[in-house]
Ligand binder design. Structure first.
Ligand code: ATP
Length: 259
C-alpha cells in the first residue's frame, strides 16, 4: 500500500512582536484598560487613537512592564514584561512625548552614552551613521542637544532605536507639536523602521498622520478597544487613500464626545 502523502502544512502564523491578550489593568482600585486584545506584528505600524484619559499611555506602560495586568497577558517578543522587565525592555525602544536627553551633551555623545547604558556600545562611525539615517543634519551631530527642537530630539531617539536594532518601538504622541513638514519627515522615518521589520505601536491624537503611515488603526474608548481598521492595501478607501479618513473622523469625534 502506498503511504499517504503528507498534507502540506499551513504556514504557521508568526507570533506578534507586541501582544496583549484579554488584558485588564488599572491603578489601585480603578480599572483603566479592560479586556484589551491588541497585536502588532513585525514590519507593522499600529496607531492607537482615543480621547484624553482613554487608556492609551496605560497600554504602553503595560508593554514596558510599568504596570501589571490584573487579568490577561502581555508579551514582548514572547517575554512577559512583569516577570522579566529588563528582558522585555531590551526588545523595545520607547519614545515618550518629550524625549529626555542629557542637555549638556551633544547628539553624538548622548547616543554613545545611551547605547553604553543599553549594554550595546558602538563606535563613532556607527553612531554617525545612525544619526544620519535618522535624518539629523550632520552639522547638529556635535552640538549640545540643549537647544534642539522637539523634532531634532526625536531624531536622536530614533537614531538610538536604529542603532539598538530592537524589534519593537513604542511611541507616545510623537507628532504632537511638530509642524506638518516635521511630521511628514517623522512618518518617513517610521516607514524606514517598518521596512526594517520593526513592530511599531504609536499612541496619537493625529488621525490624519496615523492614516498616512499606519497599517492598522485602533480606537480605544474608556479602556476598551472599540474598533480596529486595517489599511486598504490597494489604497482604495476612496480617492486612492489607504483609510477612509472622513468616516474614521466622524466615528473618532463621536467617541470623544461620548467620553
Ligand atoms: P491622554 O490622551 O490624555 O494622554 P491616555 O489615553 O493616554 O490620555 P492614560 O494616560 O492611559 O490616558 O490615562 C488613563 C487614566 O488613568 C486617566 O484617567 C489617568 O488620570 C489615569 N492615570 C494615568 N496614570 C496614572 C497613575 N500613575 N496613577 C493613577 N491614575 C493614573
Amino acid at each position: 500500500m502506498q503511504p499517504h502523502p503528507t498534507p502540506p502544512q499551513a504556514p504557521a502564523t508568526p507570533a506578534a512582536v507586541l501582544h496583549a491578550s484579554g488584558v485588564t489593568a488599572g491603578y489601585g482600585a480603578r480599572t483603566i484598560v479592560q479586556h484589551l486584545d491588541l497585536q502588532v506584528h513585525r514590519g507593522q505600524i499600529y496607531a492607537l487613537l482615543g480621547s484624553n484619559g482613554a487608556g492609551k499611555t496605560t497600554t504602553l506602560s503595560l508593554f514596558l512592564g510599568f504596570l501589571a495586568p490584573t487579568a490577561g497577558s502581555v508579551r514582548v517578543q514572547g517575554i512577559d514584561p512583569v516577570a522579566d522587565p529588563d528582558g522585555a525592555r531590551r526588545q523595545l525602544a520607547y519614545i515618550p512625548e518629550n524625549v529626555a536627553l542629557y542637555e549638556h551633551l551633544s547628539a553624538r555623545e548622548n547616543l554613545a552614552y545611551l547605547l553604553d547604558l543599553a549594554g550595546q556600545p558602538e563606535d563613532a562611525q556607527a553612531i554617525g551613521q545612525a544619526l544620519q539615517a535618522a535624518g539629523l543634519d550632520p552639522a547638529a551631530h556635535g552640538r549640545r542637544v540643549g537647544g534642539f527642537s522637539k523634532g531634532m530630539r526625536q531624531k536622536v531617539a530614533i537614531a538610538l532605536a536604529l542603532a539598538r536594532r530592537v524589534p519593537a518601538l513604542l511611541l507616545d504622541e510623537p507628532t504632537s507639536g511638530l509642524d506638518p513638514q516635521a511630521t511628514a519627515e517623522f512618518n518617513r522615518l517610521l516607514a524606514l523602521l517598518r521596512a526594517q521589520g520593526v513592530a511599531i505601536l504609536m499612541v496619537t491624537h493625529d488621525l490624519l498622520g496615523a492614516a498616512d503611515v499606519a497599517d492598522r488603526i485602533g480606537f480605544i474608548d474608556a479602556g476598551r478597544l472599540v474598533e480596529e481598521v486595517a489599511a486598504d492595501s490597494n489604497g482604495d478607501s476612496g480617492g486612492g487613500e489607504r483609510f477612509d479618513v472622513r468616516a474614521l473622523h466622524r466615528r473618532y469625534a463621536a467617541q470623544g464626545a461620548a467620553a
